[in-house]
Design a binder for this molecule. Structure first.
Ligand code: ADE
Ligand code: ZN
Length: 345
C-alpha cells in the first residue's frame, strides 16, 4: 500500500490508547510555556535546543529528561493543560478511548500535592469526554525506583480520589527493581478495588513478566517485549489472553529494538498474543497513536487484517464494559469492510 493510503487508512481506524504516561505527552513548546508562567528556568535555551537532547541510549537516559521536564508542572492548571492538549491531539487521530497513566510521586516528591495533580488531570479528562466524546480510565503508577513504603504512602494519598482512579501500575527504572519489590502494595491496592497492571519485560528480563503475573497478579502487561524469549510464557499469555500494551516507537528510541523491522509485534499476533499498539511518551519519542501504527505497519509490512486485529485487540484489552467493547469492535469491523469495498472499486 502506498504511504498516503496507509496513513489515510490508519487515520480512520477508531483507536484506543492504553499505554500513555501523561507526563510523557508534555511537548517541548508547552514545557517552555508553563516554565515561563511558573518562573522556572530550564537548562535548555530553546525548544530546538531541548529537542536536540531527545536522543536516548536506554530507558534511564530518557527517564532523567522526563523527570526534569515534569518539574515545570506546579499548579492544577498545568496538569489540566497538559492533559487537555493531549486529548485535543489524539481526538484528531480518531482515538475514542484512553487509559492514562500518571505518576503522582514525580510531583508529590517535589512538594506538589496529590490533589492538585489529580484535580487538573481529571478535569481535563471530563472536558475531553464532553467535548470530544473520548471516554477514559485513569491509572496511578508507582515509581519502582522508589521504595514500597513510598508507594504505600501514595496509595494512602489516593484514597480520597478512589472514585476517579481505575487502576494502579508500575513504571520507571526497570532493571534492578523487579515486580517482587511491590507485592504488598499491589495486594493492598487490589483490596481497595484498583485494577492492576505493571511495566515488565521492557528492558528487564522475562522473569519480571512472570513476577508481574504470579506475584502482583496483574491483568495486563505494559510492554512485555521479552516474552518472546520463552515459548512457555508465550503459550500462557495466549491461553489466558493477557494483553501486552506495546509501544514500537518508544522501543526504537530507547534501543529496546535496534530497528522497527526487528519489532516482535507481528510475530506476537501470529502466535495469538493479545498485542496492542500505543505511544508511551509521545512528546519524547516522535509519535502519537497514528505514527506508531504507521511506522510499525511500514516496517513490518503489516496487512490490513493485522491492522484490524491490532485495533480490535485494543478494545478487547481495555477496561470498557462489555457492551462498549462490542460497540467499538463492531465499528472497527465496519470501518475495514467499507475500506475494502472502496478499494475494490
Ligand atoms: N515512565 C514513562 N515512560 C516509561 C517507560 N517507557 N518505561 C518505564 N517507565 C516509564
Ligand atoms: Zn510506559
Amino acid at each position: 500500500m502506498n504511504p498516503s493510503h496507509l496513513k489515510e487508512l490508519i487515520q480512520g481506524i477508531p483507536k484506543t490508547e492504553l499505554h500513555l504516561h501523561i507526563e510523557g505527552s508534555l511537548e517541548a513548546d508547552l514545557m517552555f510555556k508553563i516554565a515561563r508562567r511558573n518562573n522556572i528556568e530550564l537548562a535548555y535555551k530553546s525548544v530546538e535546543d531541548l529537542k536536540k537532547a531527545y536522543k536516548f541510549n536506554n530507558l534511564q537516559e530518557f527517564l532523567d529528561l522526563y523527570y526534569l521536564g515534569a518539574q515545570v508542572l506546579l499548579h492544577e492548571q498545568d496538569f489540566f493543560e497538559l492533559t487537555y492538549e493531549y486529548l485535543k491531539k489524539v481526538h484528531q487521530q480518531n482515538v475514542v478511548h484512553v487509559e492514562v497513566f500518571f505518576d503522582p510521586q514525580t510531583h508529590t516528591e517535589r512538594g506538589v500535592p496529590f490533589s492538585m495533580v489529580i484535580n487538573g488531570i481529571y478535569r481535563a479528562l471530563k472536558k475531553g469526554e464532553q467535548e470530544y466524546g473520548i471516554t477514559f480510565k485513569l491509572i496511578m503508577s508507582y515509581l519502582r525506583h522508589l521504595s514500597e513504603e513510598a508507594a504505600f504512602k501514595t496509595l494512602e494519598e489516593s484514597l480520597p480520589f478512589k472514585e476517579w482512579i481505575d487502576g494502579v501500575g508500575l513504571d520507571s527504572s526497570e532493571l534492578g527493581n523487579p515486580p517482587s519489590k511491590f507485592i504488598n502494595v499491589f495486594k493492598a491496592s487490589a483490596a481497595q478495588g484498583y485494577k492492576l497492571v505493571a511495566h515488565a519485560g521492557e528492558e528487564g528480563p522475562k522473569e519480571y513478566i512472570y513476577e508481574a503475573l504470579d506475584l502482583l497478579e496483574v491483568i495486563r502487561i505494559d510492554h512485555g517485549n521479552r516474552c518472546v524469549d520463552d515459548e512457555i510464557l508465550v503459550k500462557r499469555l495466549v491461553k489466558e489472553q493477557i494483553p501486552l500494551t506495546l509501544c514500537p516507537l518508544s522501543n526504537l528510541e530507547l534501543k529496546v529494538v535496534q530497528k522497527l523491522e526487528d519489532h516482535p509485534i507481528a510475530k506476537m499476533l501470529d502466535k495469538g498474543i493479545l498485542a496492542t499498539i500505543h505511544s508511551d511518551d509521545p512528546a519524547y519519542f516522535g509519535g502519537y497513536m497514528n505514527e506508531n501504527y504507521y511506522e510499525t505497519a511500514k516496517a513490518l509490512n503489516l496487512s490490513t487484517t493485522q491492522l484490524k486485529q491490532l485495533a480490535i485487540n485494543g478494545f478487547k484489552a481495555s477496561w470498557l464494559d462489555q457492551e462498549a467493547k462490542e460497540k467499538h469492535i463492531e465499528q472497527v469491523k465496519e470501518y475495514f469492510e467499507t475500506y475494502s469495498t472502496t478499494q475494490l472499486r
